[in-house]
Design a protein around this ligand. Structure first.
Ligand code: GLY
Ligand code: MN
Length: 353
């Protein structure tokens, strides 16, 4: 299905084939996940070719589907191997994904008669809609993230360091079956919680701190993303007000999600609620992003997004308010876009805990 859909895109873009060096794309098209380097060449006419390194041959044979395997030996280069295949089908125009500039230059130098077109959007058109199998994997990754969040929230108390919370959350996800984290776990406490990407530090959590935890798990390559904010002790009136505004913004945004709605409109729903609370200038990032093999994928839910949501998109909704040097509050879930509504895949309770 994926190869057939790609070939349809190739035909309408006047391309004779597509060369991927992006390992997520290689996995998406072949089922083979490389720890090092691998490429796929998908001709418009003919079977996909997977180029792998000798050390990964057994893995590739066991996991790849619908493709011919070509082994790049340890004394060969991938470009040389690709050239030996390209010689047979003589493409005039080849599509490329988001490859490093150095690789692009090598390709242009080696294949002077081929016109290359860098077009990652061509693959995003496919990856942006998750099929049933992909949804199953993200659902599992979301469940694992919920397990990590439960452990993290139970651990947060005065005297515990941020990285200890992160380590226990990651351990809980790992023993429950996560392949690894979906991204670097964020645990930001006290004044550090005003940093939306505050990673985690050795800071000891103190009484009265606002603490947010942002974690994700990975299952069969697919990711999840969840954030919860808590407080050690009693919230101030201002903190309670902002928490309720962020919560309401998230609830309203999720209610607004369905197929055919513009991503910009959903962002606007959340932004309007935050504006009513008087904190619109402190909602300093977009509402959300797609999630799949990458943790940040299209579509983008932001004030200038041109994306229209479609059934099968998996996206985050993560409004946040950040008071510089004081504290920040964010609530995030991974949700599945359906025809008439959205389904939350991460399900940790959202009330102030
Ligand atoms: N989970 C981190 C982010 O979405 O930015
Ligand atoms: Mn996110």
């Amino acid at each position: 299905m994926r190869i057939k859909a790609l070939k349809k895109e190739l035909a309408s873009s006047n391309l004779d084939g597509y060369l991927s060096t992006n390992l997520k794309n290689v996995y998406y098209f072949t089922g083979f996940s490389s720890l090092a380097e691998a490429e796929t060449l998908i001709p418009l006419d003919g079977d996909p070719i997977l180029f792998i390194r000798e050390l990964e041959l057994e893995n590739a044979e066991a996991s790849s589907k619908n493709c011919i395997i070509e082994v790049v030996k340890k004394d060969e280069t991938a470009i040389k191997k690709i050239a030996s295949v390209v010689k047979n089908f003589k493409p005039k125009r080849l599509g490329l994904d988001d490859l490093p500039a150095s690789t692009y230059l090598k390709l242009v130098e080696r294949f002077r008669s081929i016109e290359f077109k860098v077009d990652m959007d061509l693959v995003w058109k496919l990856r942006i809609i998750k099929d049933d199998e992909e949804v199953r994997y993200i659902r599992k990754a979301a469940k694992l993230a919920d397990a990590g969040m439960k452990t993290a929230l139970a651990m947060i108390k005065a005297g515990v360091r941020e990285y200890q919370v992160a380590a226990e959350a990651e351990y809980a996800m790992r023993v429950a079956g996560s392949e690894g984290v979906a991204f670097d776990t964020l645990v930001a406490s006290g004044p550090r919680s005003s940093l939306p990407h505050g990673v985690c530090s050795d800071r000891k959590i103190k009484e009265g701190d606002v603490v947010f935890v942002d974690v994700g798990a990975t299952f069969n390559g697919y990711r999840s993303d969840i954030t919860r904010t808590t407080i050690v002790g009693k919230p101030t009136r201002q903190q309670a007000k902002v928490y309720n505004a962020v919560l309401e913004a998230q609830e309203e945004a999720v209610k607004a999600i369905r197929a055919s709605v513009s991503a910009r409109e959903v962002d606007e729903v959340a932004r309007r609620v935050i504006k009513e609370s008087g904190y619109e200038n402190r909602f300093i990032h977009s509402l959300g992003h797609g999630v799949g093999l990458d943790v940040h994928e299209p579509p983008k839910l932001s004030p200038n997004s041109k994306d229209i949501l479609k059934t099968g998109n998996v996206i985050t909704t993560e409004p946040g308010v950040y008071i510089p040097h004081k504290w920040g509050i964010r609530i995030e879930d991974t949700v599945l876009v359906l025809k008439k509504n959205a389904e939350r895949l991460t399900k940790t309770p959202r009330e102030f805990v």
